[in-house]
Ligand binder design. Structure first.
Ligand SMILES: C[S@@+](CC[C@H](N)C(=O)[O-])C[C@H]1O[C@@H](n2cnc3c(N)ncnc32)[C@H](O)[C@@H]1O
Length: 259
């Protein structure tokens, strides 16, 4: 039976299936190491997105890619359900989970905006650059809310809206120090005609719109972090240079609590 995918979900599936092979070595490396977050690899001891002990917790990763966040949660004792829109990314995740003998993680091919699990199935939900940036915000945040039990937490990490505002309209990289597009018109960011790394449709919002969305859906905000790159990093990440990210926030983390 053919799936009826919305255009961004279909494009993002095509895009990620086509470039999954470029993410294998980063996945392998991340499966080997302790939890570290985002572009600048901030250790979980400094940016504690995962509790050290997750025994008894039912966790879901929304847009798991090669699955290393799921591995970190399973090693902390959580039971883990991991969904991704790309079969090719999941092939890497499945191979690495066998290699690391974490074969009881449930890997599921599907769209994080509509997950085939009952209401209240999870205590904790997380996304690092998965649903966090590739799914339509109202759709996936509502779905995460439905999937969590009351009192459950959602944590997600992705690009800071300022990094998107400073990203040139023609899709050239890296981000500049100019305001290249309208902050208030953030929403859908279609990179199919981008000069550098064409493909994929992302989403981001002005900070006030994120806050309004969380409250409307039924989340309280526990914490909000604007990540600053450490002084030790150099070079250029996927969107901005290290120098840029030492002076401006390139990434954001929301920690939400279901009312
Ligand atoms: C950059 S990876 C994120 C995983 C990992 N944390 C990382 O940073 O490599 C982005 C993943 O989001 C997945 N993705 C994109 N749209 C999705 C959707 N609608 N539902 C589930 N996963 C999605 C892609 O297939 C891809 O594997």
């Amino acid at each position: 039976m053919s799936e009826n995918l919305s255009d961004h979900v279909a494009e993002n599936r095509r895009y990620w299936d086509a470039m999954a092979d470029q993410w294998v070595s980063l996945g392998e490396q991340s499966w080997e190491q302790e939890a570290r977050w985002g572009e600048w690899q901030i250790p979980n001891t400094e940016l504690p997105l995962l509790a050290d002990d997750m025994h008894g917790q039912r966790a879901i990763e929304l847009g798991c890619g090669t699955g290393y966040v799921s591995a970190w949660m399973r090693r902390r004792g959580a039971s883990v359900y991991a969904i991704d829109n790309s079969d090719a990314q999941l092939a890497t995740a499945r191979r690495l989970s066998e290699q690391h003998r974490l074969d009881d993680i449930e890997w599921v091919h599907g769209n994080a905006e509509t997950v085939a699990r009952p209401d209240g199935s999870f205590d904790f939900a997380i996304s690092e650059y998965g649903a966090a940036i590739w799914c339509e915000p109202a759709a996936w945040i509502s779905e995460a809310h439905r999937l969590l039990r009351p009192g459950g937490d959602l944590v997600f990490l992705g690009n800071h809206p300022l990094a998107m505002v400073c990203s040139p309209i023609d899709g050239s990289l890296p981000a500049t120090e100019r305001l290249e597009r309208s902050y208030f018109d953030l929403g859908r960011l279609d990179w199919r005609d981008a000069i550098d790394e064409p493909g994929g449709i992302e989403f981001n919002l002005p900070i006030s719109s994120w806050i309004r969305l969380f409250h409307r859906i039924g989340f309280n905000i526990v914490d909000y972090t604007e990540i600053q790159a450490p002084e030790s990093v150099t070079g250029t990440g996927s969107t901005v240079s290290a120098d840029w990210a030492q002076r401006f926030p390139s990434e954001q983390v929301w920690h939400l609590h279901k009312r």
